[in-house]
Each structure stands twice: as structure tokens, then as C-alpha cells.
Write a protein that binds this ligand. Structure first.
Ligand code: C2E
Ligand code: MG
Ligand code: MG
Ligand code: MG
Length: 276
């Protein structure tokens, strides 16, 4: 599987050489170049145990700082990567970097139990991803870390027996699933039970309403729904104390957002946890 990713990268390089010799500097070629030159790096956003306030885990978020154009949002380059079938090599390089960043730190610093990776529909069915995530479990299991794969509800997957088997293989390798951006898609019970995640992440859209409007029925009923399905709940986008308090009173499991920490580079992450 690694060989095929390297082959893809070699292909990217060859393709780029041709494009640049013909001066074709489209956004996708700029992205290809960024992937090949490893300008896109993993950042890490901690999330907290709602009861103890300790770090429960970290979410990997891709960050691209282009030498000329500066910061490019994942909301721009992830869809571009998906459109041009670049997400598989990009995910591979990010996972490789996560292992390099964390394997010597994870047993020295309290980074929590979970390492969450965002994936796209194109990563599903990819045997290379299965291989990379098993590699990650093997290399990062110093303090019993659990790898969690986050899948957005925004673009629902089409379940086939093959896809169910791919998820089953991940589960056998001790990898859990989180349904990301819950509430923004169909929030369909049949879909949730087909995916059978261990975690659900309540989208920041609903969290941002707490404290703004007195009406918290929407976020409260999403929480109740997830609780009734015995899912562990992570609230994303927590920005204020009022939001954190409301969510704690609803007994949700984990809190994530700028109120606790923004996404950090590997060295910022280590500095922050080392400082306590
Ligand atoms: P997501 O997985 O739902 O990630 C949460 C987003 O909310 C992140 O945006 C994060 O930086 C941001 N965020 C965290 N706390 C707060 C807060 O308190 N307030 C607000 N307003 N925002 C907060 P980011 O990093 O820009 O990523 C956007 C989306 O891009 C992610 O949403 C995810 O769907 C996608 N993405 C990022 N990295 C990857 C990746 O490596 N692979 C794939 N397939 N998708 C990725
Ligand atoms: Mg996510
Ligand atoms: Mg999300
Ligand atoms: Mg999101």
C-alpha cells in the first residue's frame, strides 16, 4: 500500500514537472506542489474530559502555509484535494507526520487517550489507509492510545457490504469511529446505526447558539438523541464559559473549542501540556 502511495507521489512529481514546464499554475497544481513539498502539516487540537478538565485526546487538523499565499483554509484545500483525487496521498503523508511528531512524546506527556484523524469518503475502501492506521496504532500505543477516525455527516457515505467490511477491519485493528459535524447532515438513525460510531461530535453551529439565544432545545435534543444511542459525545466549537457550563450540565463527555485550546503545532502542543 505504501508503494502505491509513493507511486502516486512519483506520478504527481512527473505531472508537476510537465505542468510547470508549460507554466500551468492552477490552484490544483499549487496544491500538488504543496503535497509533494510537504507544506501541509498536521496541527493538533486537544479536547477535554468534561468532568475532570484533563486532556482526553487530540484531533489532527491539516494546516497549509504557502510560502507566497500564506495560510490556506482546509475548507478550501480539502474539497480541492477530494475533487482531484489527492486526498489519499495527502492523508498518508499527514499520518506519517503524526507518527513522527508523537511517537517519542506520547509516553512522556499527558496527551490523553484518543488521537482523532479526519477522513474523506475517498479514504474509505483504501487498503493503504487501513495499513497506515494500523501502523499508527502500533507506533503510538505507548500509553494505550486509541486511534479514532472522524467521518463527516455532511456528505453521507453510501453503505455497501464492502464498506461495512472495511469499517469492520478498522474495528478489528482497535480503531474507533466518530460521526463528525452531527446535526448538519441527515442525522438519520438508520445511518447512525449502519456506521455504528463510538463517538458523535456535535457541530459547532449548534454549540455557538448556546448563550446567544435562550432557546437551547436544538442542541439539547441532539445531545439527548446521542445519549439514547449510547454514544460518547464531543461538543466542538466551545468558545465561552457559558457554553462549557451548559454542556457540562447536560452531562456530555468531552468538550473541544477555542475556550480550551486552538489547534496547535506539534511543538506548541508539547509546550502547552508540559506547562500543565
Ligand atoms: P472539523 O473536523 O469539524 O474540525 C473542526 C473545525 O473547527 C476546525 O477547522 C477547527 O480549527 C475549528 N474549531 C475548533 N474549535 C473552534 C472554536 O471554538 N470555534 C470555531 N469557530 N472553530 C473552531 P479547520 O481546521 O479549519 O478544518 C475545517 C474542516 O476541514 C474540518 O472540520 C474537517 O472536516 C476538514 N479537515 C481538516 N483537516 C483534515 C484532514 O486532514 N483530512 C480531511 N479529510 N479533512 C480535514
Ligand atoms: Mg473533525
Ligand atoms: Mg466537526
Ligand atoms: Mg466541521
Amino acid at each position: 500500500a505504501h508503494k502505491s502511495v509513493n507511486a502516486v507521489l512519483a506520478g504527481l512529481n512527473a505531472g508537476l514537472a510537465r505542468c510547470f514546464s508549460r507554466r500551468l499554475r492552477s490552484p490544483v497544481n499549487t496544491l500538488r506542489m504543496a503535497i509533494v513539498q510537504r507544506q501541509i502539516a498536521p496541527f493538533y487540537q486537544p479536547f477535554m474530559d468534561a468532568r475532570s478538565g484533563q486532556i482526553a485526546g487530540i484531533e489532527v487538523l491539516a494546516r497549509w502555509r504557502h510560502p507566497l499565499y500564506g495560510y490556506v483554509s482546509p475548507d478550501v484545500f480539502i474539497p480541492l484535494a477530494e475533487q482531484h483525487h489527492l486526498i489519499v496521498p495527502l492523508t498518508h503523508l499527514l499520518m506519517e507526520q503524526v507518527v513522527a511528531d508523537l511517537q517519542h512524546q506520547i509516553h512522556r506527556f499527558p496527551l490523553g487517550t484518543y488521537i482523532c484523524i479526519n477522513i474523506s469518503a475517498q479514504n474509505c475502501l483504501d487498503p493503504g489507509f487501513e495499513c497506515d492506521s494500523r501502523d499508527m496504532v502500533r507506533k503510538l500505543n505507548a500509553n494505550q492510545s486509541h486511534v479514532v477516525v472522524e467521518i463527516t455527516e455532511r456528505h453521507p457515505l453510501h453503505f455497501t457490504p464492502q464498506l461495512s467490511e472495511w469499517f469492520a477491519a478498522l474495528r478489528r485493528a482497535n480503531i474507533s469511529l466518530a460521526l463528525d459535524d452531527f446535526g448538519t447532515g441527515y442525522s438519520n438513525l438508520a445511518y447512525i446505526s449502519a456506521l455504528n460510531p463510538e463517538f458523535i461530535k456535535i457541530d459547532k453551529l449548534f454549540v455557538s447558539q448556546i448563550g446567544v439565544s435562550d432557546d437551547t432545545r436544538l442542541v439539547d435534543s441532539l445531545i439527548d438523541l446521542a445519549k439514547n444511542m449510547h454514544l460518547k459525545i464531543i461538543a466542538e466549537g466551545v468558545e465561552t464559559k457559558a457554553q462549557a457550563d451548559h454542556l457540562r450540565n447536560k452531562h456530555i463527555d468531552y468538550l473541544q473549542g477555542y475556550y480550551f485550546s486552538k489547534p496547535l503545532s506539534a511543538s506548541e502542543l508539547i509546550h502547552q501540556v508540559a506547562a500543565g
